[in-house]
Design a binder for this molecule. Structure first.
Ligand SMILES: *Cc1c(COP(=O)(O)O)cnc(C)c1O
Length: 455
């Protein structure tokens, strides 16, 4: 009997709505606070930074499902549905009784899941008469996705790219420039936030937190300009649920339901995307025991070692204060770390879900991540993004546990992107230049001490 490997939806089966998990949470996340007044944020407080529609969605706690605008659905059809794939090769290599599936978001034109939110965010700006957009990017995938989305809608985009990536990943920069974006290495002298940090530390290699500060500053000082963020925020998680809503139907086609849903974790968007639609079922039916696992790097472990506290999304403190698991907004991971997922905090919704015990976190050392990535490449043919390899490593751990215990479980993980433009990280691994790195208690405490204890 031939075994089906790929499950794909017809156009008419594509989701017409995104899923808003907050509406289903009995205990909601505590409110974000205005950075100046420290009062709960109101929609108008977000307008100087974000498009009106993004601001509205950010605070929506009541509508379970939200219509995907037809214009956005049309663009989704360029690359969706993405395939759900049964990883027979990986199962065989691990000799495990587990059934392993992955959702392949790497087939988007830009190679990652980030386009799922870049398209609607650019669309809202266009519709509201915005002409210019700013953003930050770390490894480059978000900047790439938004560059393409802005070119689809004729918007001008300025991207602040973390300096170390700007230097180490020149091809990411060329890709963004090919789509028509302007790319600036961060920290830069073009903003107060950038100048301040360069004055304090001339050799600073940049962080996402600093790049966000620079992008927000430029947006608030340019007419007809908004800022756009690729993770962490509620409206971003909402857009990404298109992944899990498709996967729910595709798992049905495969005749299975996951015992575990696994995704790598930076700010939480691809995790939210694949997990929330399945969590929707768990929230309504206590008999479902699905485990939801966020895989994060041991060198940036906000979910497993961070503290729950109000913290800024950026380095300077321009964003609202977000109730999050955080390593502190001044945290920057060690340069030895090559696997991405370098952001200091987790979004408010996922932080609350972790607090409620609805999900768990696994910290993955970088050699374990790259070992898993190379095994996956050899048996499934896809070179995963270094970020995604954390999800693969967590999957391998669980599949080997199934083997040890002799139980069949169904595992679904999200392949958030491919790594074809990240070969410099693979080069470092193959040359033996990478080592494992975990943070000491002292290093963690140093950053926690700088946080104002509002909770
Ligand atoms: C940005 C990115 C991530 C991490 O961000 P999340 O918001 O946590 O999903 C993971 N994988 C890929 C391929 C990315 O581009």
């Amino acid at each position: 009997m031939s075994k089906t490997k790929r499950f794909i939806l017809q156009e008419e089966q594509l989701p017409r709505q995104w899923y808003n998990i907050v509406a289903d949470m009995k205990v909601k996340p505590i409110p974000m606070l205005h950075p100046g007044t420290k009062q709960p944020i109101k929609e108008e407080d977000l307008h100087p930074i974000f498009s009106k529609e993004a601001s509205r969605l950010e605070l929506n706690q009541t509508d379970r499902f939200i219509d995907i605008p037809e214009e956005v659905r049309e663009k989704y059809k360029y690359y969706r549905s993405t395939p759900l794939v049964r990883a027979y090769g990986l199962e065989k290599a691990l000799d495990t009784p587990a059934h392993i599936y992955f959702k392949n978001e790497s087939v988007s034109p830009v190679g990652s899941h980030k386009l799922n939110t870049a398209i609607p965010q650019a669309y809202y700006c266009k519709k509201e008469g915005i002409t210019n957009v700013t953003t930050e990017t770390g490894a480059g995938q978000w900047g790439t996705a938004l560059s393409y989305a802005c070119s689809l809608y004729g918007l001008e985009l300025a991207v602040y790219m973390v300096k170390i990536s700007y230097e180490q990943k020149p091809y990411r920069r060329s890709i963004m420039q090919s789509y028509g974006a302007t790319v600036i290495a961060s920290p830069s002298m073009s903003t107060r936030a950038g100048r301040d940090i360069i004055t304090r530390n001339p050799n600073y290699q940049g962080s996402l937190g600093t790049a966000i500060s620079e992008a927000i500053e430029l947006a608030t000082q340019t007419t007809n300009c908004k800022y756009s963020l690729g993770s962490v925020l509620n409206h971003v998680f909402l857009h990404q649920t298109v992944i899990g809503l498709e996967a729910e139907k595709q798992m049905e086609m495969a005749g299975e339901y996951p015992d575990m849903v696994i995704a790598c974790f930076g700010g939480g968007s691809n995790f939210a995307g694949i997990a929330f639609p399945f969590m929707k079922n768990s929230l309504r039916d206590d008999s479902l025991k699905t485990r939801f696992i966020a895989a994060e790097p041991a060198s940036c472990p906000k979910m497993s070692k961070g503290i729950f506290q109000y913290d800024f999304g950026d380095e300077t403190g321009y964003t609202p204060l977000i109730p999050m698991y955080t390593l502190g907004h001044t945290f920057a991971p060690a340069n030895i770390h090559a696997g991405g997922l370098r952001y200091h905090g987790a979004g408010a919704i996922v932080s609350e879900l972790l607090r409620q015990g609805r999900m768990e976190a696994a910290d993955i050392k970088q050699l374990e991540a790259f070992d898993a990535a190379l095994l996956f490449a050899k048996v499934e043919g896809i070179i995963p993004a270094p970020e995604s390899s954390h999800a693969i490593a967590a999957t391998v751990r669980e599949a080997l546990k199934c083997k040890e215990e002799g139980v069949k479980k169904t595992i679904l993980f999200n392949l958030s992107g491919h790594g074809l433009i990240d070969m410099s990280s693979y080069d470092r691994y193959l040359a033996g230049d990478l080592e494992n790195y975990s943070l000491s208690e002292e290093e963690l405490q140093k950053n926690f001490d700088k946080l104002e204890k509002i909770i």
